[in-house]
Every structure is written in structure tokens, then in C-alpha cells.
Write a protein of this length. Structure first.
Lengths: 201, 134
């Protein structure tokens, strides 16, 4: 639920990186944190287990400058991807304005992507939001692994599995190398801001 | 979905937080929504914190505690408070969608703080009621 502050002429927007466990959601935020260090005034917040897996969420606030005369603050969150953490995943989704679905391109993770997308659908319904109307971008991560001979699903297959009905923008990406991480972010920011533009007058 | 607060509403909220809480010795107070957005924040000029991170964590923490309450058959826990050596933190729900978070030192008693927080919550409710989504 974006908040428009007319006094400070500021808008705060919540963007959530969703997807199966070990898919690269946290790595996305780490890359963004490194890349835009000068625009981020705080440390990245992570709540994780001893095994370095996300337990609750990661949080990164980023200033993207002025949009329609409003200074725009993007609040980036990740959810814990592991199936067992659905209760906390649902909490992070509260008030979400835009979603990046980070899918794992490895062939062995095919089913996990589909299950995670179904889970997102269910969790959004819980907040009376629809996966069909919320701003959303797909990111097919880990394409760099193909060079190491690891079986990767082709773009067309990922699209057919996840995006055949939703028809959202999709990027092949590598969070480790940074390929298409910033374009993914830019796209979701554009879509989310355009969905609330009527409020910014 | 989004919501907007104007200059007058935000000024009124600042005024309430200043006179009811900062003036009695609270270190830092902020009003957030359950998504983790910051609506208003004030401090005493000496105690500065990273409020954006605090807001995100507070909203998550409050959500987690509410979910625990439901599991054990409580509607919600009425007192949410963390005690530290020097700094304490108190959470109070405002309507269904908002949260008032207060940081204060040991010179202020919890009872007095709760009283003042309850007073300000009642006043803030009147301002936020029109945008409240049940």
C-alpha cells in the first residue's frame, strides 16, 4: 500500500522479490545494494538463519529521485523462499505494491518455480489482491550456469510454465554477475509508479 | 492501492507526537503503516536511529506477534514492549492499519508512557479514520 506524503512531497512504495528458495532473491538485493551504494543511506537489513538462508526478509530502501515532483522511495523486500516459512512470507506481502518473481532457470527447479507462483497467487488472495492485476515482472535467474554445463531451461519453456497467462515482462538474468538485475528493477519501478500515478497530482 | 495524507493531517499528527510524547521525554517516536511505510517521525534531537529499517522490522515484528497470538487463541497481545539496558521500545496499534512506535529511556516509567501513548492514539485515530480500510 503506497503512501503519498503531501507535506514532504514524498511517495513510499513497497516492492517484494518473491520466488522459490535459493533462487537468488537476496542476491538481487545485494547486487543492487552494491551498485547504488551512493543512493542508499542505510545498511541492508537481513533477518536470516545461521545457515545463511533468509528467515524473515531482507530490506533495502532506495531513493530513485523525483517522479512527478515527488521524491520516490522504493522499499525493496525479499521473502523467505523455503516452503515451510509461508507464515512469514505472507507477512512480508502485506501492503505490497509491486512484485518481482525470481524464478530459478535450472531444469531441476522447474516444479519449485511453479509451486512458488501458485503460493504467491494464494497469499495475494489472502490480502484480497489478484496476481492478475498487481504490477509484476518475471526474472529467470541463474542463466550464467549454462556456461558451466548445468542444464538450464530455455526462455520459451520458462515463459510457458510461468508467464503464459499473466503475460508480464520477463528478463533472463544472473544475480551473481549482475546481468539484467538493474533492468528488472527499473521495469518494476516503472510499472508500480504508473499504477499509482493518479495519486501523484 | 495507495493512500494520501495532506499537509494539515500530517502537521496535526506531528503536533500530537511532539506535545504528548517528545515533550514528556520520549527519545524517538514514529507512526508507520503495516506495510512498513513511515507516516511521521520525530525525535528529541539527541537520539537518531535508522528509522526506515526500524519501521520495516517493526511492521514485520508486529505482524509476527499478531500471528502468534492467533495461533494460541488470543485475538492479540495487549502489551508489546521490549526492554533494553538503556533504550526501550513500545508498540501500539492504531486502527487496523497503523502502528505507533515509541523509543524511550529508563527515566520514563512504562505506565506513564502507556498512558500518554493511549491518549495520542485516540487523537491520531480521529485523523486517520477517514482513510482507514477495515
Amino acid at each position: 500500500m503506497a503512501f503519498v506524503n503531501l507535506k514532504k512531497r514524498e511517495v513510499q512504495v513497497k516492492i517484494v522479490y518473491y520466488g522459490p528458495g535459493r533462487g537468488g532473491k537476496t542476491t538481487n538485493l545485494e547486487y543492487i545494494y552494491g551498485k547504488f551504494n551512493d543512493r542508499i543511506q542505510t545498511e541492508m537489513v537481513t533477518v536470516k538463519t545461521h545457515g545463511d538462508r533468509t528467515l524473515f526478509f531482507d530490506f533495502l530502501p532506495i531513493d530513485i529521485g523525483k517522479i512527478n515532483g515527488y521524491s520516490a522511495k522504493m522499499q525493496l523486500y525479499t521473502v523467505p523462499g523455503q516452503v515451510k516459512y509461508n507464515a512469514t512470507r505472507r507477512l512480508v506481502l502485506r501492503g505490497v505494491d509491486g512484485i518481482v518473481f525470481v524464478a530459478d532457470s535450472m531444469a531441476v527447479r522447474r516444479e519449485k518455480n511453479i509451486l512458488s507462483l501458485k503460493n504467491l497467487h494464494e497469499n495475494l488472495k489472502n490480502y484480497k489482491k489478484s496476481i492478475f492485476s498487481i504490477p509484476m515482472v518475471f526474472q529467470y535467474n541463474k542463466v550464467d550456469l549454462a556456461e558451466q554445463g548445468i542444464p538450464i531451461l530455455p526462455f520459451a519453456t520458462m515463459e510457458k510454465d510461468l508467464n503464459s497467462q499473466l503475460k508480464r515482462p520477463a528478463f533472463e538474468a544472473s544475480a551473481v554477475t549482475g546481468t539484467n538485475i538493474v533492468p528488472t528493477l527499473k521495469k518494476i519501478i516503472t510499472m508500480t509508479m504508473s499504477s499509482i500515478k493518479d495519486e501523484l497530482k | 492501492m495507495s493512500y494520501t495524507l495532506g499537509q494539515k493531517q500530517l502537521d496535526d499528527i506531528d503536533e500530537i507526537l511532539q506535545t504528548d510524547l517528545i515533550d514528556i521525554g520520549v527519545h524517538c517516536v514514529f507512526l508507520i503503516d503495516m506495510s512498513g511505510n513511515i507516516i511521521a517521525s520525530l525525535d528529541d534531537g539527541e537520539n537518531k536511529h535508522d528509522i526506515y529499517s526500524l519501521a520495516a522490522l517493526a511492521a514485520g515484528n508486529f505482524g509476527a506477534v499478531s500471528a502468534m497470538a492467533k495461533i494460541v487463541g488470543e485475538g492479540e497481545f495487549s502489551l508489546l514492549f521490549h526492554k533494553g539496558k538503556k533504550e526501550n521500545i513500545h508498540f501500539s496499534k492504531v486502527l487496523n492499519e497503523f502502528l505507533l512506535i515509541t523509543l524511550f529511556g529508563n527515566d520514563l516509567s512504562l505506565g506513564f508512557l502507556r498512558l500518554k501513548v493511549a491518549e495520542s492514539v485516540e487523537k491520531i485515530k480521529k485523523i486517520l479514520e477517514p482513510i482507514h480500510t477495515p
